[in-house]
Write a protein that binds this ligand. Structure first.
Ligand code: MTE
Ligand code: MO
Length: 513
């Protein structure tokens, strides 16, 4: 039998009477994708990170050799994760087609392919550090649904006429689409939503408020990054594909390792401590020169040094490893945490509870260090150890050991064109914990000219700068450089982001009309 309508309605049972393999492949594909959607929905209801797509992505990221992840980041930037998920969807679709074709030959073979797929998702989920055995359920539900679809296709024989095939496709596609829509809603409003907990948390008043920067903190130039970065615009860097959903009632922060006394804190324990508010600029080691993986926020939290001191750290413990519920780790020099800087365990960001994507309920912020060696989100463990004994997440992937952030400056406006006449050139400069003492701009091969700086009250934040430039028509190159609070001029030596952060001067080519 080829395509077309079969008028004899006796159930076909020989190979020759089966629909062609391509019809089975399509049935398998639809079954697998709608199964995936059902699995996503099941997870959205109680454990978003157990969703098959999240779990498999996380395993792929964790298992990829550093060269591969590095290539992914360099080639796709922050589109790397959506592309990875698209790749997994394609792989599931292909596996579904294989299951369909196998089922056509022998039901057990097809069912085995579906079961393997479901088990792979289940295994990925249960091996996530923050998930338990129940995390297997969404993938198993996905597999059952997909196998159920193929069983229906096989036994009720919708394959035998066009209307039956259409009905099968319509049901499977509708269930899949409905599950996708419902899981999006459930993630936002469902019982498993941490957003509800977070919104119920009233950010307390600080015991030690941040020093106010003065009236000229924000130069307020069109196109210039605001001094304080709104939470919604704050850059994000995560190894996890879906932000962990931490239940604040059962959340614990454990301090252990080379300490006199192991200690455990609840969220309420943190809130009962002296609450410190500080303006701190955070930047990513993978920020290219002129890039925007940097932001400034007003953090509310408790002193990391004071909390650690209660555990009586061994003086030999030169590395503080912070661990996230999702398994991410960062290693911070213990000496830096105790040198008097405002290293915080933050619970608030810009007057709001810490956003889920930025680490709710608690994260570290250490002024003067890149995020990969200090700023652990969804924090759950602080382990005192040594640099010899343990390589955290990015160090294991060949990034450099912690170093103070490089002095950096960026031109925000103009970026490409301007009208002849007076043009305001403006941007930001940062050298957290050393501060910025000067910013200079150079037009073409002209002299370095000092720019106006915004008011700041701490060396831990970036500083805006601006200058009026009398622009003549034609092509021009603007170059910026900063001097840090210790009087050291930003280096013009060009270094890539890996292993220890990009250096070099930011310049922009401007066409003046
Ligand atoms: N759990 C966890 N914490 C993390 C990361 C991560 O991938 N997972 N990324 C780190 C890096 S590399 C940076 S630059 C900062 C970014 O913080 P943000 O996403 O709030 O901007 O978080 C750090 N903390
Ligand atoms: Mo980073």
């Amino acid at each position: 039998m080829e395509d077309g309508i079969v008028t004899d309605h006796t159930v076909p049972d020989t190979e020759a009477e089966r629909a062609p393999a391509r019809a089975w492949a399509l049935a398998g594909l639809v079954a697998a994708l709608s199964g995936l959607a059902v699995g996503q929905l099941a997870a959205a209801l109680f454990a978003p990170r157990a969703a098959p797509l999240s779990a498999i992505s996380d395993v792929v990221i964790a298992a990829s050799p550093p060269q591969v992840t590095q290539w992914g980041i360099e080639t796709f930037g922050t589109a790397d994760k959506p592309l990875l998920q698209a790749g997994i969807i394609v792989a599931v679709a292909v596996a579904g087609m294989l299951a369909g074709i196998a089922w056509r030959a022998a039901r057990t073979a097809g069912a085995a392919v579906a079961a393997l797929l479901a088990l792979a998702g289940a295994a990925a989920a249960v091996t996530r550090p923050d998930l338990g055995p129940a995390a297997a359920l969404p993938s198993l539900a996905a597999g059952l649904w997909a196998a159920g679809c193929l069983h229906w296709w096989d036994t009720r024989r919708p394959e035998r006429d066009a209307s039956g095939r259409r009905r099968f496709l319509a049901v499977a596609v509708a269930v899949g689409a409905g599950a996708v829509a419902a899981s999006l809603l459930a993630r936002r409003f469902g019982p498993g939503s941490v957003e509800a907990d977070r919104e119920a948390f009233t950010v307390p008043e600080p015991d030690l408020p941040a020093a106010e920067p003065g009236p000229g903190a924000d130069l307020d130039v069109e196109g210039l990054a605001p001094w304080r970065t709104p939470n919604a615009d704050f850059y994000r860097i995560d190894t996890a594909i879906t932000s962990p959903a931490v239940d604040v009632d059962t959340w614990r922060l454990r301090v252990h390792g080379m300490v006199g006394r192991t200690r455990t804190y609840t969220f309420d324990d943190l809130l009962g401590r002296e609450l410190v508010e500080r303006d701190i600029t955070l930047c990513c080691v993978s920020n290219p020169v002129g890039g925007d993986l940097v932001g400034n926020a007003r953090w509310l939290g408790v002193s990391l040094a004071e909390l650690l001191a209660e555990a009586e750290p061994d003086p030999g413990a030169d590395q503080l490893v912070s661990r996230s519920v999702d398994g991410f780790t960062a290693g911070t020099p213990t000496a830096m945490v105790f040198d008097g800087r405002d290293a915080l365990i933050a619970v608030g960001m810009n007057g709001e509870p810490l956003p889920v994507d930025h680490g709710w309920p608690a994260r570290l912020v250490v002024p003067g260090l890149y995020g990969y060696v200090s700023a652990t989100k969804w924090l759950t463990e602080l382990e005192l150890t040594t640099f010899d004994a343990y390589d955290p997440y990015w160090i294991e992937r060949d990034w450099g050991l912690p170093e103070p952030v490089h002095t950096a400056s960026r031109i925000d406006t103009p970026r490409s064109g301007a009208d002849a006449g007076t043009v305001t050139v403006a941007g930001v400069a940062w050298a957290q914990h050393r501060g910025i003492s000067a910013v200079e701009l150079k037009v073409d091969d002209g002299p370095w000219t000092e720019c106006e700086l915004s008011d700041v009250a701490t060396d831990d934040t970036w500083r805006q700068w601006r200058i009026d430039w009398d622009a003549s028509s034609g092509e021009h190159t603007l170059t910026v450089r900063a001097t840090d609070g210790d009087g050291r001029v930003q280096t013009d030596e060009v270094a890539p982001t890996k292993p220890s952060g990009a250096t070099g001067l930011h310049n922009v080519k401007i066409t003046v009309a």
